[in-house]
Design a protein around this ligand. Sequence first.
Ligand code: GDP
Ligand code: IMO
Ligand code: MG
Length: 403
Amino acid sequence: MSSIQNTLGPITSVIGAQWGDEGKGKIVDILASEYDIIARACGGANAGHTIVVEGKKHVFHLMPSGCLHADKQIVLGAGLVIHLPTLLKEIATLEENGISIIDRLHISHAAHIVFDYHKEVDAALEEARANPIGTTKRGIGPAYMDKAARSGIRMESLSADVSDELRSRVPHIKTMYGVDMDADTEIQNLKDAQSKIGSCIKDTVAYLANARKSGKSILIEGAQAVLLDIDHGTYPFVTSSSTTLAGALQGLGIPPMCVKSCIGVAKAYCTRVGEGEFDSAASGEAEERLRERGGEYGSTTGRPRRTGWLNIDQLNIANATNGFTAWNVTKLDVLDVEEVIPVMINGKLEELPGWKENTAGITNFDDLPENAQKYILRIEKETGVPVTFIGTGPGREEMITRT
Ligand code: GDP
Ligand code: IMO
Ligand code: MG
């Protein structure tokens, strides 16, 4: 067992603790080198996980961020909603980069399919709302609506003929949402997917159970984040899936008792894309400075993210629903120019002193400026969870690990 696995155990998970885009992809990519299987559990192509390897940027929407490691097994679990053309495009991009994936990709037969019409219905529902959610318009809500209504079409249907079923939906979708569903294109997309990934579809619960029995290690990559959780997030400005550790285990069908650790990922500040409350939002020049320094534009939609300050009360709420055993505090370097750094603690914005020094690329905790160390230690004190990983830049190697 490797040193990180000694600390985290053979089954671990990475969960976003804020409103998404905390940098989950980067820590997953780093840890992936030490795990056999990398698994995604929930959500769909609303996620955008960015990793930077040797200066090259890769953005994944459906594929787990560990997939760049050519020897790893990749699982897409039952809790996902999968838009097939997006998945095929991601596979094609990997293959163009010389990374083969089909022979190590395991897709749950029970994951639901996001059709193009779901995306159009998503947009139509947003249009009709008095207070739009600001969804990614990737069809996530409507696909989960079909799933909950027990009228969803699952990955197992790729090998069946669901043409009649799809055609029969056309008038209903038109009447309900005013959307013209293109059944022929949807049917063709299913055929294309069957010929490319048909061999990957299987019972992933059995696959993961057998893997565990034979001593394989598993890294679970959460998508979205705790405050976007359908039950525990800032409803109704949330996504339509369960984004907590419990949700990820449910989505994959892994017994909860197996997991010994869970890494909560939180930016050293905070961002939100889409609508909804944001107590610790920054104002004036600070908002723009954080956005520019942090590159805070959505990796899925390109929308500018709203920016603000770390809210430790939220981290405590996120910890209450997940039981984090470690934090990965990301993007510390973005705060390098701040004179003072407001932090929300017990409902009040407290101003902590900045460090006004470069932390970018630092890999040892002791090399951080004193005030940056104090900032991290304050997060530990207020949350009772150790900050084991600290991000100091987008690159794979720009991470402090304290074990
Ligand atoms: P995810 O959805 O949680 O995987 O996060 P995103 O990929 O949507 O957004 C995180 C962004 O921050 C990406 O552009 C990453 O390359 C970048 N990033 C991650 N960690 C760090 C860090 O420690 N410092 C800086 N400056 N950028 C980082
Ligand atoms: P990752 O995995 C940030 C947000 C949307 C919107 C709300 C509902 O990259 O952290 P949806 O399309 O899911 O119905 O939109 O949820 N949202 C995200 N925000 N990062 C994400 O994923 C998100 N996935 C959904 O912006 O506010
Ligand atoms: Mg993201």
